[in-house]
Design a protein around this ligand. Structure first.
Ligand code: SF4
Ligand code: SF4
Length: 113
């Protein structure tokens, strides 16, 4: 498969001026959630695999900080804060994260988009 080369271009000044000024933390803070207390749509398939994962990139790639370490170094999943971006479906090098969409009526309700 041919790898596409990316050539990022700077935004044209008129386009940049037309964009709204946003603060990502403020945007994330404005997201509304309907938390499903009965069903976790994210889960670690095998905790032992996480113990053998030295880099633990899930702690960094999740924009919502869903993956955290407990005091014993085990990966905890705070699925309630998930933004449903899908990054963890491809970001875990061991494919050790189970992922499903939240059940109907649950999950994030974006204000913008
Ligand atoms: S990246 Fe995957 S295997 Fe590594 S700690 Fe996170 S969930 Fe576990
Ligand atoms: S789908 Fe996105 S926001 Fe949700 S846990 Fe995975 S990386 Fe985090």
């Amino acid at each position: 498969m041919t790898k596409r080369k990316r050539h990022p271009q700077p935004l044209r000044p008129e386009l940049r001026e037309s964009l709204p000024r946003v603060n990502l933390d403020a945007l994330i803070g404005s997201v509304r959630y309907e938390v499903d207390e009965a069903f976790a749509h994210l889960w670690i398939k095998d905790p032992a695999v996480c113990q053998g994962c030295p880099a633990k990139p899930c702690l960094d790639f999740c924009p919502a900080g869903v993956y955290r370490l407990d005091c014993q170094g085990h990966v905890m999943v705070g699925y309630q804060a998930c933004l449903e971006c899908g990054s963890c479906r491809v970001g875990c090098p061991f494919h050790n994260i189970g992922w499903a969409l939240p059940r109907g009526g649950y999950g994030v309700a974006y204000k913008l988009g």
